[in-house]
Design a binder for this molecule. Structure first.
Ligand code: CDT
Length: 310
């Protein structure tokens, strides 16, 4: 019997500055209902899905910065999403900026959660690879100030046994780094879900612009194949508060093949029936890590070059 997890990649079109969280949640509920009608077990939303992507702007006022964060989950505005998921019996993944009070101080993270079919939060992940810069660059057409607004995630990359599979999470820029996948690959992950906000224009490196969609798929397809796992990548797409972002939300098999992909830059649901056992033949042959990885050797090479592993 194949172990099927039917997943819906719930791409969102732009969320403008003046759009309320409640309005964004209503759009997400509409996609969740479509997902249920298409037999989905799990619906995956983008990174920082509840508002416009504020790290593109310099904000001085602490209270204004905090206004983009959630200090409780569910919050008043997201409670209807949890209630609808529980009513429909569908799991979901949601990215949001998190305001936490830990170690006696206020802390800000770029966070994502996994919610099971009973509406219970079963996993939390905090983004590790924060892109951009912390300092103000007023002359740039837009900025990426995640290093100003967020701390580096401190929860590692665990995997969770939920919804019949072994699931993991990463967030946006994490997908460009092989170690994000590999840490979960070493734990036998079967499906990695992630959201992204990726501008079409990269101000510090405009020569990369023409390759944005290619690189998006390249990293996720490689991560899926090299770790024998499904990867579900979901965009917040389109022209949002003056920043144009790629779409291309997709569901990628452990073979490395894209099996479903969005064709718009708007709210759009993409569905695939994912056999969680599809990665087994890769995990047992080419990517049998216990048999074929050579971690001791990697250490020797690094030592010989005199490099330091932080
Ligand atoms: N949100 C986020 O992490 N965005 C970055 C932009 C980097 S520009 C190449 C991303 O990796 O998509």
């Amino acid at each position: 019997m194949p172990r099927i997890l039917t997943v819906g990649a719930a791409q969102l079109g732009p969320i403008q500055r003046e759009e309320s969280r409640s309005s964004a949640v209503a759009r997400m509920i509409e996609l969740m209902r479509q997902a249920k009608a298409n037999g989905c077990d799990l619906v995956v939303y983008p990174e920082a899905a509840l508002t416009a992507f504020f790290p593109h702007w310099w904000i001085d006022d602490e209270a204004e910065i905090d206004s983009y964060f959630e200090s409780a989950m569910p919050s008043n505005e997201t409670a209807p999403l949890f209630a609808e998921a529980e009513r429909l019996g569908i799991g979901f993944h949601l990215g949001y900026p998190e305001l936490a009070f830990e170690d006696g101080r206020k802390r800000r993270f770029n966070t994502a959660i996994m919610v099971d079919k009973s509406g219970r939060i079963v996993g939390k992940y905090r983004k590790i690879h924060l892109p951009g810069h912390p300092e103000h660059r007023p002359d740039a057409v837009f900025q990426n100030l995640e290093k100003r607004y967020f701390e580096t995630g401190n929860l590692g990359w665990p995997v969770w046994e939920t919804m019949g599979g072994r699931l993991g999470m990463m967030i946006c820029n994490d997908r460009r780094w092989p170690e994000s996948y590999r840490v979960m690959g070493l734990q036998g992950v079967e499906m990695i879900v992630l959201g992204y906000n990726t501008p079409k224009h990269n101000p510090p490196a405009p020569d990369h612009d023409r390759l944005g969609n290619f690189h998006n798929q390249l990293v996720m397809q490689a991560g899926a194949y090299q770790n024998a796992t499904w990867v579900v990548g979901v965009a917040k797409a389109g022209l949002e508060a003056g920043v144009d972002q790629i779409g291309g939300s997709c569901i990628i098999a452990p073979t490395g093949e894209v099996v479903a992909q969005a064709v718009t830059e708007d709210d759009e649901l993409v569905v695939a029936r994912c056999d969680l056992d599809l990665g087994n033949s890769y995990k047992n042959s080419t990517f049998n890590f216990a048999k074929h990885r050579e971690p001791q050797t990697y250490g020797m090479i690094v030592e010989r070059k005199g490099a330091v592993i932080a």
